[in-house]
Structures are given as C-alpha cells and as structure tokens.
Write a protein that binds this ligand. Sequence first.
Ligand SMILES: [Zn+2]
Length: 88
Amino acid sequence: MAREILFSDFECDCGHCSSFCEGTVKECKEQSMKLPVSLGDSEKDEHFIVFRRGRAIEIECPELGSVPLDAAAEKPKHRTRRAKDPRV
Ligand SMILES: [Zn+2]
C-alpha cells in the first residue's frame, strides 16, 4: 500500500518517492475540495498524486497504474448486515 509520509512526501508501492513543498500539497488539497487535482513530481518516471475532497487519495504510477493511498483505505466498511432470516 502506498503511503503519505509527512505532509508532502508520498511513497509509491514501486519504491518511488515523490517529494513536494508542503505549500504545494496544501494548495492542491484546498483546490481538490472543488475539483479533483493531480500533482506530478516532474521526475523521470513521473508519478502523479491525485487529490480529492481535500486529501491525497492515490498515486498514479507509470509502472503500477493507480495505487490507492492509505488514507483512502479509511472509507467506512460495510457492516455485515444480518443474513436473511433463516426461517422457512
Ligand atoms: Zn510507482
């Protein structure tokens, strides 16, 4: 699972680490409240961090495709509903 290190560094599953200025990340988070934003790290194997609703949700990896970030794993789990009443 990819992860967000500190507030401005992101580590991809492939081992690539994207570092940004904290201000840049903050700006993207703010912008993403309205529209999804992707932020490229401008490196050789460029990775894009995708922000949505004020937070980083995934990394677009040139090798692995989209890798969800830890924070995205926080979505509410579906509670197991009671199975159908077994009465016949
Ligand atoms: Zn990667």
